[in-house]
Design a protein around this ligand. Sequence first.
Ligand code: ZN
Length: 252
Amino acid sequence: MNLVGELHDLILSSTNTVVFTGAGVSTASGIRDFRGKNGIYNDTFQGYRVEELFGIDLFNADPTLFYTWAKDFVYDLDAFQPCTVHNVLARLERAGLIKAVITQNIDRLHTLAGSQRVLEVHGSPSNHHCRTCGASATYDTIAPIVQAGQVPRCACGGVFKPDIVFYGEALPEDIFSQAVTACQEADLMLVLGSSLTVYPAAALPEEAYRCGARIVIVNDSPTALDRRAILKLDDLTDTFTQLCDLLNGSIP
Ligand SMILES: [Zn+2]
């Protein structure tokens, strides 16, 4: 049996599979990753590294910079569709074969593909909160304002910030603790498209391993957990295209 066949059998024979995804699952949807060779973090914008634009202090000092840059990255998500990986994961969840998808991504593509239990440990632009009064506003309300070149402001005059975790901010406590519990209960952990370099999120698959889960890694570069994995594959699109074919014979 080839490696994808082994992956297929592992998924079918496990009772509590949890998935951890990073930017690599969305590159096939056309979304650039952050830290790869052509990653967004290699870009500069008005003299700042893009990484700096996600700093909470800079955002508080001048939200114009972030929103001017984010117009063509965070607020153009409607242009992107889920890819094979997102779709297969949603299908596996519907078949009862996946308990949760933990993602570092902020592109909402797992939800768009139909996954129900998505734990977005780095937050999401689906919602926004006013820095002054705490009022909330949805992506659909905010996106047209940002696309028109304006900083979205609350009725109180405060600035809206997306619920994306910026540098200098804590991870969302409730979501993160749900993710920890999911990892502790998992008997199979699929790590997809993440090089596991960004902590504390990268500690989640380690926690799953520590608690006895078998680890499968599909990523095109090495990760720190590779030597703990019972299966390591490189090409996400190939793997999930083959997996999709195999599933046609085994689940509805
Ligand atoms: Zn307000």
